[in-house]
Write a protein that binds this ligand. Structure first.
Ligand code: BEZ
Length: 210
């Protein structure tokens, strides 16, 4: 079992999903991707989570993000449960759900945390960049449903900071001022941010979102 850290290469795999067989790298291409796990089919929190992710399809598409879910339940169970997800959430399942009864994907992505539960996958989220590197990883316990607005917000930050020498402050959302990366000297910053900045501290320089 691997521990995957930020900057590591996300492992490739070929697996059975509700959309048929998926080879992860081929399916993902050079898009961004979210791979997220949930503990079990036909459970309440998971049902709300998968419905929410399906309802956010336009947000994923706008950001060139492909989404794939995973749990250790078998494919027939996933197909049956998909009807409930559509019924409860109001949006049909519109992304592949991996059936991982032999735990191939769970082991590759360290999704079973034995001190929480030794058979079920936890609620992990991996955001994977176009270069197939892990950009963000978070893990919640079974009893706490995730906030997918936060995942969208974090992807906005990841995509912005991948292309500009900036960082985003606490609670930042799209369109708000950003922070000039500490590695950029004031001299360099004059060239890169000609509109200037507001230095709250020498190391904390706010500027307009590029
Ligand atoms: C749930 O999705 O509601 C859930 C799943 C596993 C354990 C506890 C809750």
């Amino acid at each position: 079992m691997a521990t995957l850290r930020l900057g590591d290469t996300a492992p490739d795999f070929t697996t059975e999903t509700t959309d048929g067989e998926v080879s992860f790298y081929d399916w993902k291409g050079d898009s961004w991707a979210i791979l997220f796990s949930h503990p079990k089919d036909f459970t309440p929190v998971c049902t709300t989570e998968l419905g929410r992710v399906a309802a956010l399809k336009d947000e994923w598409d706008k950001r060139n993000v492909k989404v794939i879910g995973v749990s250790v339940d078998p494919i027939d169970s996933h197909h049956e449960w998909a009807k409930d997800i559509a019924d409860v959430g109001g949006t049909a399942l519109n992304f592949p759900l991996i059936a991982d009864p032999d735990r191939t994907v769970a082991d590759l992505y360290d999704l079973i945390h034995p001190n929480a539960n030794d058979t079920l996958t936890v609620r992990s989220v991996y955001v994977i960049g176009p270069d197939n590197k892990v950009k963000l990883n978070l893990t919640y316990p079974a009893s706490t449903g995730r906030n997918f607005d936060e995942i969208v917000r974090a992807i906005d930050s990841l995509q912005l900071t991948a292309n500009h020498s900036v960082a985003t402050p606490a609670d930042w959302t799209q369109g708000e001022d950003v922070i000039i990366a500490p590695a950029i000297s004031d001299e360099d910053a004059k060239e890169r941010f000609p509109a200037g900045w507001d230095a709250k501290k020498p190391y904390l320089r706010y500027t307009k979102q590029p």
